[in-house]
Design a protein around this ligand. Sequence first.
Ligand code: AMP
Ligand code: MG
Length: 437
Amino acid sequence: MQSLQQIASCVAGYDPNALPVLKASEFIARLVPRVQAVESLAIRSALGRVLARDLVSGIDVPSHDNSAMDGYALRSTDLLGTADTLIKVAGTAYAGTPFGDTVPIGQGVRIMTGAVMPDGLDTVVPQEFTRTEADGRIRIPQGSVKPGDNRRLRGEDLARGEAALKAGRILTPADLGLLASLGQAEVAVYRRLRVAFFSTGDELRSIGEPLEAGCVYDSNRYTIWGMLTRLGVELLDLGVVRDEPAALRAAFIQAAACADAVITSGGVSVGEADHTKQIMAQLGEVLFWKIAMRPGRPMAIGRIGCANSEPTQGVGEPGHQAILFGLPGNPVAVMVTFYAFVRDALLAMSGATPQPLAPLRAVSQAALRKKPGRTEYQRGIVSQAEDGRWQVRITGSQGSGILRSMSQANGMVVLHHDQGDVAAGDLVDVIAFDGLV
Ligand code: AMP
Ligand code: MG
């Protein structure tokens, strides 16, 4: 296992006191291990879980050429190019009940969607294109079908031996259907990641407690709970921990012992007088970063746990260490740093192939001030302009303590590291909240 210093030496331009967002992401990607344990689940229980092995199809799907329409199956060589074609109907092929006989030349079969194509027939003319003659023959108007039309080929969905899904994929409803189409009852997924979290700060009160002067209700634990729940990880909520060395130490040790990752909020600012940073540093290998971003400048990152033996990965194993994300305390900064760093890191730890958030390009409805040299995340409201293009305006106050700005917003405008002021009408990147796991 590489030390944090070794990882830092691999990140070009690493500077813990002015760390560009992309460098912080690169560091974290190198730091986090992936869960190893795999479990087998019934496919319905696997929605949203991470596939642990490539899924190779053992069969052709579909297993036979079949009809894509209700109509008449025929031989394309029987079609007359220059006139309507008349065919005699030899019988009917139903989905699930094939037409078993040989179809004579010049004849066809009435066929239903999904029914196996009888031997020798290669084309289906949809019912609505045809007319039935007085003598029972079917008239197919000239030019109404081309050879091969409306026929689904054996293996066209999935050929036997083909990788249907790659390991690292987060299983979607379509994937469950695909698994079922292969006749697969169970699927191998990585075990769920376990994440423990707590809030630090003497001014914090939990809901139900009286709010004395100068105190605030702990809101971070609820936003963190919500974001983690959407990620589908197992949660351990350790509450509010007072700024007392013994209480903090006990909370960090408990969190690290039973989780793959520990998320805290508060107590990591520069010049913070409390004990949080000190205890973090005592319990493992932890770096305190100043990230070139706004909001969310201070952050702690590292590994904590039993620091007195060789680190191991499995929760519950001797020497287990958890990855620590010490987020800033400000409620908006918590969410921004979570989406900027923690989300991708937890997905990678869960075994998922990284899927960076794809920003929308939206027209900024107003000018925005921005200093080059840091990444800014402004809360925005994205809507569709009359011409159909995306447009975005910034929510009122952007103070990092103003959680309402986050709640009003439906996306984050990302103003990149090197970017300067934005003029009204310029295109900017926006990460839409909707669909953010
Ligand atoms: P800190 O990073 O600990 O200096 O906290 C920065 C600001 O965020 C302070 O105003 C704290 O009161 C506030 N804060 C810290 N933790 C929380 C929390 N869990 N819920 C709401 N506000 C918080
Ligand atoms: Mg504090």
